[in-house]
Each structure stands twice: as structure tokens, then as C-alpha cells.
Design a protein around this ligand. Structure first.
Ligand code: ADP
Length: 413
């Protein structure tokens, strides 16, 4: 029998509810099941169990039963998350077994070995493969950059994708994570629909597309269903995506955040050491006000704001003619008012929208006849994106030095 939600329900119908004659299913304790690629989550309503120890015991029993039976099917469940809920469905306690814990332990062990063998680690910093693990909180990842916005629809995901692809085109090793778990855009913007999500040794394997490594929750859930995450679930989903992906060594991990000031940025700031955040804003006053709130949120979370990108600054027709639609320069003025670096303006162009919908961001950077340097809209777009990417690169370097995990370099030419 393939490992599905029904498989999980059936397996748990053999697990007895402590203190009762019935099993978890017949007693009505099992309230909800979800399963994807070796990761199972269940919700239990067990008013008769109030002790944390007993809850953990029951969770371990469930995991053991699921693990044993799924291994027999050749599709082992590597991680189980059990949420204990009250009668109204509020989560009282979350117990996670397998997966993250093992991965974290393994990483800690690796770190310990490296430190004990005296591999140059000082003050608790553990360089792995030449990169400093502690600079980002993820082994092998040097800089984590979040892309945030105060409002939806301002082009935040578009910026995250093009920033990642642009940095990769400059020779950097780049990962891109769709942290916008409520409305993941990467499946479309990178045309991932025909690709399968692979899992190797309990780790999600990122998609290798357009020279970057990308991961999205959008490939782990039903694309037609609305994603309604409760706080702890959003926290868990974000943590799983970051910590359970085989990123390998990266110069930059770009994270596309949900718009606004919700749970995910908080989880991110608690879990990762970010080099900084980039704010995307359109020129209008209403967008500026929301972006200013997002800036203050990052500042409160002690995440450095690397600067502001103004998207949809102006419209460039295919003939190269420029139209000022939303009041070009509005986001730039906001950046000035808030004493933040301004990272550049991106015009509205038909080709950018088309390339995003077709999942072909590389085309935005394409050079050659009628592209790249020409006076047409594609030329303007490629130049604008190039400038934004360079400015972010510079601000990240400066922030790295300020934060003390990069050293200044002197180039003589
Ligand atoms: P957000 O992540 O802020 O919700 P998206 O990046 O998903 O916004 O952008 C919303 C839509 O607008 C997408 O279809 C995207 O391709 C398009 N879009 C964003 N910026 C531009 C632009 N400068 N020119 C043309 N289309 C754009």
C-alpha cells in the first residue's frame, strides 16, 4: 500500500490511546493528517493526557508504528510532527520526531568534530568548506538575504527570482527559497510544474534551474488549495524548508518572504542569522507607508535593512518610450527619508511580465540584438536589473564587513 494519509490513519488505528480501551482513530483523538514526501503531520485531541511526558510517549509510539510500517513499504516516513490540540483546535503542544532533530544533531556533531580537530575554529565559529557556518546559521551558507514588502503584488517575488538569477550570472553560488508559504510563486516563475521534488536521505533536493538552487512549498502542497497556516504550522513549514534542504555551499541564499509583517519573518529572524533584508516598494504613497512598516519590523527584529528597490517605477513601451505612471521616485524618497540605501528602479515592461509567467527569468538578462543594451524595453530592463543586482551585492559586502563575518578586500587595478 502506498504511503498516503489513509495509510497513516490505518496505521494509527493500531495505536491504543493511553487510558482508554479504544485506538487513536475510533476514539476520535486523531483530528487531522497530512503527508508529503516522507514528512507526516498529525493533530491529536487527547484531553485525558495532560502530562508532557505522556504526550511525548504517545508521539513516539505513533512514530515507531508509522516508521516500521512505511519502511516495510519501501517509503519510510522520516519525520512526524504531532500537534496536541484542545477542543477548539488550538495547538497546545507540538512534538517533532525524526528529520530536523537528526539533521540538527548531525550538523552539531560535524561542528563539534571540526572544532575538536582544531580546524581553525575560533570563538565557537566552525568553518565548513571554507565558509563560516555561524555567519548565517546554515552550514555552508555565507549570506542570507530576505526580500520583503509591505504589500502583496508589488513585485517582491519577481525581485527575489531576478536577484538570485542575476547574482548567479555573476558567478556566485545562489539558493532561492520560496518563504512566501501563503502564496508561493516559484513554481510559475521558474516553471517547476513538470519537475518532481526529490528527497535524498531525508533532505529536500533543490531544483537546479537558471543557474540557481531553488526550493518552494508550492511543490509540496496541492496548488489548487488555499494555504491556510496557523502560526506554529507556518513556523514549522518555514523551518523545514530552510533546514531540511540540501543547499550545499552557497554564497547567497535569497528568501522570498510573505508580504507584510506576520509570523514568517519572526521565525526567520529567530532561526537564521541574516546579512540583511531588501525591501521592494512601488512608488505610490500607500505602498510607501506599508513598506516603511516592513522596514521598522526588520529593524525591530534586528535584521539590517540593506536598502529599498523601487519596482514599477515607470513604463517602457516596446519602442523604448517612457511613461511615468505611478510617480517615479516615490520609493527612492522614502528610502532617503528613512536613511536607507536606494538599490535601483525597475521599470514595468511587457517582457518582464511575460518572462515571469513563462518561468524564464534568464531571458530578462539576455543580451544580443534587440536585447540587453538596445534602446527598447528589454534593454532598459536588463540594465535596471543589472544595476539592482550590483547594488545588492555591494550592500551585502558592506553589511558582511560591518557585522564582522567578512574581511575588507583591497583590489589594485
Ligand atoms: P508579489 O510577490 O509582491 O506579490 P509578484 O512578484 O508576484 O508580486 O508580481 C506580481 C505580478 O506582477 C507578477 O505577474 C509579475 O510578473 C508582475 N510584475 C512584477 N513587477 C513587474 C514589472 N516591473 N513589470 C511587469 N510585470 C511585473
Amino acid at each position: 500500500m502506498p504511503v498516503t494519509k489513509d495509510f497513516i490513519r490505518q496505521t494509527l488505528s493500531a495505536v491504543r490511546l493511553p487510558g482508554a480501551e479504544q485506538n487513536l482513530v475510533d476514539s476520535g483523538a486523531l483530528r487531522w493528517v497530512s503527508y508529503c514526501d516522507g514528512f507526516a503531520s498529525i493533530r491529536l485531541f487527547t484531553p485525558q493526557i495532560s502530562e508532557a511526558k505522556a504526550r511525548r510517549g504517545l508521539s513516539a509510539g505513533c512514530f515507531q508504528a508509522l516508521k516500521a510500517r512505511s519502511e516495510g513499504e519501501g517509503e519510510p516516513i522520516g519525520q512526524l510532527t504531532v500537534e496536541f490540540v484542545d477542543g477548539a483546535g488550538e495547538v497546545l503542544e507540538t512534538v517533532t520526531l525524526g528529520g530536523i532533530d537528526r539533521a540538527t544533531e548531525r550538523r552539531n556533531d560535524e561542528g563539534k568534530e571540526a572544532t575538536e580537530s582544531g580546524s581553525g575554529a575560533t570563538s565557537g565559529h566552525t568553518p565548513i568548506g571554507g565558509l563560516d557556518q555561524s555567519s548565517s546559521g546554515l552550514a555552508g551558507v555565507r549570506h542570507v538575504i530576505a526580500v520583503g514588502a509591505g504589500k502583496g503584488g508589488v513585485g517582491k517575488s519577481m525581485v527575489a527570482v531576478n536577484l538570485a538569477v542575476g547574482l548567479a550570472r555573476k558567478g556566485h553560488a545562489v539558493g532561492l527559497m520560496d518563504g512566501d508559504i501563503y502564496g508561493p510563486s516559484l513554481p510559475t516563475m521558474l516553471r517547476l510544474d513538470a519537475l518532481e521534488q526529490n528527497v535524498l536521505q531525508g533532505k529536500l533536493q533543490p531544483y537546479l534551474v537558471h543557474g540557481i538552487k531553488a526550493i518552494t512549498i508550492g511543490k509540496l502542497v496541492d496548488p489548487e488549495k488555499p494555504l491556510i497556516w496557523r502560526g506554529p504550522m507556518a513556523h514549522g513549514a518555514f523551518k523545514q524548508l530552510t533546514e531540511q534542504t540540501s543547499w550545499g555551499e552557497l554564497d547567497y541564499l535569497v528568501i522570498d518572504l510573505p508580504p507584510g509583517t506576520g509570523d514568517v519573518p519572526l521565525t526567520m529572524a529567530q532561526t537564521l542569522k541574516l546579512t540583511g533584508a531588501v525591501i521592494v516598494c512601488t512608488p505610490q504613497k500607500v505602498a510607501q507607508d506599508d513598506a516603511a512598516r516592513a522596514v521598522r519590523m526588520f529593524q525591530q527584529l534586528k535584521v539590517e535593512v540593506l536598502g529599498v528597490i523601487e519596482n514599477m517605477s515607470f513604463f517602457v513601451g516596446d519602442d523604448g518610450k517612457v511613461y511615468d505612471i505611478f510617480g517615479r521616485g516615490g520609493a527612492q524618497q522614502m528610502a532617503q527619508r528613512m536613511n536607507l540605501p536606494f538599490l535601483g528602479q525597475i521599470p514595468i515592461t511587457t517582457s518582464l511580465r511575460e518572462n515571469s509567467d513563462a518561468g524564464d527569468p534568464s531571458a530578462n538578462f539576455a543580451e544580443g540584438e534587440g536585447h540587453g543594451d538596445g534602446p527598447d524595453s528589454r534593454g532598459a530592463l536588463a540594465r535596471a536589473l543589472g544595476e539592482v543586482v550590483s547594488n545588492v551585492e555591494k550592500q551585502v559586502a558592506l553589511a558582511g564587513i560591518r557585522q564582522g563575518h567578512d574581511r575588507p578586500t583591497l583590489r589594485v587595478s
